[in-house]
Design a protein around this ligand. Structure first.
Ligand code: 4AD
Ligand code: MG
Length: 462
């Protein structure tokens, strides 16, 4: 007989039938006559109660069934007479797969801090909190593919190892097979990358966008969904060195179409979470963030505010608010500025557009004013920037002018520039940080707690 998942039992209980369940013991409480074992198998936040009568089982055996142990239980599913659960299993046989020594198993009592749980990332998925978060991560990933598939977008796989710096920000992890203790050098005493694996300098991608644009210029509408890497030394609750990004790229979209898609996409995902992760969201709402469900509903039900960077800066300047970082036209907005606009001023998600070109990437479409570009950032409550995107510069000469102005090396991106010579067209796209989305839908405060194995400066454990 195959095991039944606890989530299936809860949905469709077949009372008075024999079933087999397998999972990890959350608690085992009992007396001389009976033990009540609460079992969790990861399929749901809810535990299943197992009733083990003392007369059927050896006392010493039952004593080994402690918190964290893994067991197989066979028995009859019955309606529960006790409080706190609707059903339970009257155990007939129990097999102990693995014990968990109570003196060393770290997840004994509830109420461990999130900081402590990060240090035991191999075990934290067994807590209610991380079970809920990682189930939700799965559902959100699925919803992303579902959304784009329904709209006729193709999932394009862009490379992880690249020779280009898509954002031009220089914060890349180098990929090499050279012997770092004996690096080959050329006549000018520089590293001789011709001897490296790819015969050139390579790095982990910071974004799939440049290759994504090639997809849009052929398949029409594509998206990527993959890991991206940034070697920025940002130790904040919103930055990871390895994070997942979703990047749609669309031919014939201008920036307004791009904003419409971003807003529709985010609302779809949040609605999907509310519909498909109700139990887990309720748990997180009760335990961590009492306003979570209200906030999610609010975002789904209201239009995002759209305004230019220039208008946004004016509001910030006139706010008389004391910010840690000064705000003036030309300044790169910090999370505190973004959150002021969203949480204090508009009390709604905001899409800012038309940023100064100096603080945005080389590929953004240049406005006629010569100062701003058609970039857009979607700003969310508690998060700040959740999406960054733009209409792309489709004009060959204008793109080349900007590349030259910035003194960029065109060698790694010649192919990108060449698409502006052959059948160029207006097109747009954006990137959604998957973990920023997860922060929003789970209500968690630290990005390290919404990815199973976070990668941050000085930390690549597990
Ligand atoms: O604004 P970014 O840097 O934009 C791009 O990479 C563009 N190529 C996207 C595009 O137009 N196709 O990053 C996009 C999003 C940010 O809005 C943020 O949500 C997330 O990626 N992000 C990070 N998330 C976690 N940790 C980091 N270090 C992040 N950096 C960016
Ligand atoms: Mg950005």
């Amino acid at each position: 007989m195959r095991r039944t998942k606890i989530s299936d039992l809860l949905q469709q209980p077949d009372f008075d039938k024999e079933v087999e369940v397998k999972g990890w013991v959350r608690t085992n409480r009992g007396n001389k006559y009976v033990n009540f074992i609460h079992l969790n198998d990861g399929s749901t936040i809810h535990n299943l109660q197992i009733v083990a009568d003392a007369e059927k089982f050896d006392e010493d055996f039952l004593k080994q069934i402690t918190t964290g142990a893994c067991i197989r239980v066979f028995g009859k599913l019955v309606e529960s007479q006790g409080k706190g659960q609707t059903m339970e299993i009257q155990a007939e046989t129990i097999e102990l797969y693995g014990t968990a020594d109570p003196t060393t198993y770290p997840l004994q009592k509830k109420g461990h801090s999130l900081e402590f749980l990060r240090e035991i990332a191999h075990l934290r998925p067994r807590t209610n909190t991380f079970g809920a978060i990682f189930r939700m991560r799965h559902h959100m990933a699925y919803a992303i593919h579902k959304y784009f598939n329904q709209k006729g977008f193709y999932y394009l796989h862009t490379p992880i190892v690249t020779a280009s710096d898509a954002e031009g920000a220089g914060s890349m992890f180098q990929v090499t097979t050279l012997d770092l203790n004996n690096v080959p050098r050329n006549e000018e005493n520089q590293v001789d990358y011709s001897q490296d694996f790819f015969a050139r300098q390579t790095n982990l991608t910071v974004s799939g966008q440049l290759e994504g644009e090639l997809g849009a210029m052929s398949l029409g509408e594509i998206y990527t969904f993959g890991p991206t890497f940034r070697a920025e030394n940002s130790n904040t609750p919103r930055h990871l060195a390895e994070f997942w990004m979703i990047e749609p790229e669309m031919a014939f979209y201008d920036i307004n179409d791009n904003m419409d898609l971003a807003e529709d996409f985010l609302k779809y995902l949040i609605r999907y979470a509310l519909e498909h992760c109700a139990d887990d969201i309720q748990f997180l709402n009760d335990m961590f963030d009492k306003e979570l469900i209200d906030r999610l509903k609010f975002v789904v039900e209201h239009d995002f505010v759209r305004l230019t960077y220039t208008e946004g800066v004016k509001i910030l300047e006139e706010s008389k608010q004391k910010f840690e970082f000064p705000v003036y036209w030309g300044a790169d907005l910090q999370s505190e500025h973004e959150r002021y606009l969203v949480e204090k001023h508009f009390k709604k998600p905001v899409i800012l557009t038309d940023y100064p070109k100096e603080i945005k990437s080389f590929y953004m479409k240049q406005n006629d004013d010569g100062k701003t570009v058609r970039g857009m950032d979607v700003l969310f409550p508690k998060i700040g920037e959740i999406i960054g995107g733009s209409e792309r510069e489709a004009d060959y000469q204008k793109l080349m002018n900007r590349v030259n102005e910035l003194g960029m090396n065109t060698d790694p991106i010649w192919w990108y520039i060449e698409t502006r010579k052959f059948g160029t067209a207006p097109h747009s796209g954006f990137g959604l940080g998957f973990e920023r989305l997860m922060l929003f839908v789970t209500g968690m405060a630290n990005i390290r707690d919404v990815i199973p194995f976070p990668r941050t400066p000085k930390n690549a454990d597990f």
